[in-house]
Design a protein around this ligand. Structure first.
Ligand code: UD1
Length: 422
């Protein structure tokens, strides 16, 4: 069992580069199943969710090779649409393999997907959309089966702008007969990245980034080379890290427009952020409380930044309020912060945070991916040593978080249990 050990009190300085986005690469890997030719993807992050997804693709018959951050796939040898349960359970994102597998092979069998424990995560919107495109869906003993020799274009209204459902249905519609229009879609930048990837292969998708996506069915997708957009949540995490630890850093490989809500809100806390074309300069002295952080679908404040923002506001002058509107039950980190002396009260969907001057190092468990990163951030300024356990959650989405922080001067190291000398 590995742990991260954080010694608080070091200000951050220097430069850090952001890798390709986790939430882009996962749907893009799924979408690559639609091609019968070579797929090259650049700037692929070295994270465990990608490893799991590649294991799934290999089980489905895809040839995979990787050289540093470039991935080459050959999906022409795709031979089955049954996803092994052991792998499916490891990652919720495997659900959006349904759309491309149905489109390419006409049937798919998946088990109910895994992923972070951040409250109930139903898949009804995915299934309703696929059914309206003509898929026959049945569910039995934890498995979902879908079948359609040829999907047909349809008009779909999503009850909620779900990121995964938008992506799944976009991919399902690529080989459908006729045109598909999906209303009330999610507008995240990763959906635009997926559209760009699909269109480079010859798909006809438009509207990503707006409320309506239209897809004209095609019969074949060509080879493609694509560079992923940078991970905006890691950018946000790094900004929050400077906010907690103090100091001044430059963050490279950033698309500032993807972070408008994050930059605006974090500036309210007193963090100074200067934007350049593809980088940010971040500097901070003191953190002020903010009385309203509301997570919302993009372009609102991302739920994936909620725990890191809570780490920051735990140190703020005054009382802050965070309202979690996207996921029920995404407050698993609060009890861990409290072990460090944070003063946080939960009231329904809101967390009321009374900032304290100092948190104290403690032994903590990462409850999920972003919450795990937030605990590490909280440790950056805590008095003494913070030990974060269950860091496999963090490794799902951060490429060696400890190295990235060490390079900025933080004292964070990965150790194998048991911890004897810190
Ligand atoms: C994606 C992101 C995740 C992020 C989330 C919200 C990826 C790989 N993951 O997850 O990092 O936290 O968007 O920005 O891109 N819902 C339903 N029925 C459905 C689908 C979703 O009720 O069929 C609900 C969920 O329970 C949740 C809300 O919709 O309350 C948002 O979920 P969704 O946008 O689908 O998130 P994911 O795609 O799972």
């Amino acid at each position: 069992m590995e742990k991260l050990v954080v010694e608080g009190g070091k200000r951050l300085s220097g430069k850090t580069r952001i890798s390709g986005a986790k939430n882009s690469i996962l749907p893009i890997l799924a979408a690559s199943l639609l091609s019968s030719e070579e797929v090259e993807i650049k700037d692929v992050p070295d994270i465990s969710d990608v490893e799991v997804m590649l294991d799934i693709l290999e089980c489905l018959g895809v040839n995979v090779s990787r050289e540093s951050s470039t991935l080459n796939l050959n999906p022409s040898s795709l031979c089955t649409s049954e996803i092994p349960e052991s792998l499916m359970c490891e990652m919720r994102s495997s659900i959006f393999l349904m759309g491309p597998l149905l489109g390419r092979l006409g049937k798919v069998k998946v088990s109910y997907p895994g992923g972070c424990d951040i409250g109930p995560r139903p898949i009804d919107l995915h299934l309703k959309g696929l059914a309206s495109m003509g898929a026959k869906i049945s569910e039995e003993s934890g498995y979902v089966y879908a079948e359609a020799s040829k999907l047909r274009g349809s008009t779909i209204h999503l009850d909620y702008p779900s990121v995964g459902a938008t992506e799944n249905l976009m991919m399902a519609a690529i080989f459908a007969r006729g045109s598909t229009k999906i209303y009330n879609v999610a507008k995240e930048p990763e959906i635009v990245d997926l559209q760009n990837f699909l269109n480079k292969m010859g798909a006809k998708v438009k509207g990503a980034g707006t409320d309506i996506i239209s897809i004209e069915g095609v019969n074949y997708l060509n080879k493609v080379s694509h560079r992923l957009i940078p991970d905006r949540i890691i950018v946000g995490t790094m900004i929050a890290a400077v906010g907690v630890a103090g100091g001044e850093i430059i963050i490279d490989n950033v698309i500032p427009e993807h972070l408008e809500a994050v930059i605006a809100k974090l500036r309210e806390t007193g963090i100074e952020i200067w934007e350049d074309t593809d980088s940010l300069l971040v500097k901070v002295d003191r953190i002020k409380a903010v009385n309203s952080v509301r997570t919302l679908p993009y372009p609102g404040y991302p739920t994936d930044m909620q725990p890191q923002t809570m780490a920051l506001l735990s140190y703020a002058d005054g009382i802050s309020v965070i309202m979690e509107n996207v996921f029920d039950g995404r407050f698993g980190h609060v009890e861990e912060f409290k072990k460090m002396g944070a003063q946080i009260t939960i009231d329904g969907r809101s967390a009321i945070i009374k900032g304290v001057n100092k948190l104290t190092g403690a032994v903590l468990k990462a409850p999920d991916l972003r919450a795990g990163a937030a605990l590490v951030l909280a440790g950056l300024s805590a008095e003494g040593i913070t030990i974060v356990d269950e860091i496999h959650h963090i490794d799902r989405g951060y490429e060696k978080l400890e190295i990235q922080l060490q390079n900025l001067g933080a004292k964070v190291k990965r150790v194998h249990a048991p911890v004897i000398n810190v």
